[in-house]
Ligand binder design. Sequence first.
Ligand SMILES: [Zn+2]
Length: 248
Amino acid sequence: MNDDQLLRYSRHILLNEIGVEGQERLRDTHMLVIGAGGLGSPAAYYLTSAGVGTLTLVDGDNVDLTNLQRQILHTTERIGLPKTESGRIALAALNPEVRVVTVARRVDAAALDGLVADATVVLDCCDNFATRHAVNRACVSHRRPLVSGAAVRFDGQIASFDVRAAESPCYACLFPPGDGEDELCSVMGVFAPVTGIVGTIQAAEALKFAAGAGTSLTGRLLMLDALTMQWHSVRVPRDPDCPVCAAR
Ligand SMILES: [Zn+2]
């Protein structure tokens, strides 16, 4: 690292759990962020400020006035731009050292397979179950850690899945495919800061995976009720009959 990098990341380097080595691991990381909306915005901001090497941002939508209440990557003047381009502008202003790759379309299973194969850690910040399950299948197939988040109304959920560990469940162990309230997330109300809280925790989990710091949420589902500001977590066991990961 050069002098500017040592200064930029000094508050990470001061942490025993990260240090110069952990910061260099972050620099060597390729984060894949699926969705540049309410969850993807804070997640991408923190991954970028923290100095990951490459961040691929995937989203097929354009910035809309209804997004701005919570999707903090975007601005009033960028309404109409692809969210990936708006995000790229915001992230480049924050930390030009991070290589930001944009994929301005909704991705299918085939596209996800390639994107996940190239990534070190995957953050699912999308708003529909079809994509969530496709992301999970690719992460199981390529054995990539997955950090999944969701926010609706005043409720938030975060879970990590790391199928490199034998005991880890996958997303489909927790939410079996076909159980869907599909697409509901995109039309329900959501309290703006809940997306920020959940997306920020997703960034924390992803950075811990990349730096090799601490213990991840793997095997637990963390839930927030922001109306009462109560947190709780439940254990998520691996499903031996899971249609996605049982054969791994
Ligand atoms: Zn599974």
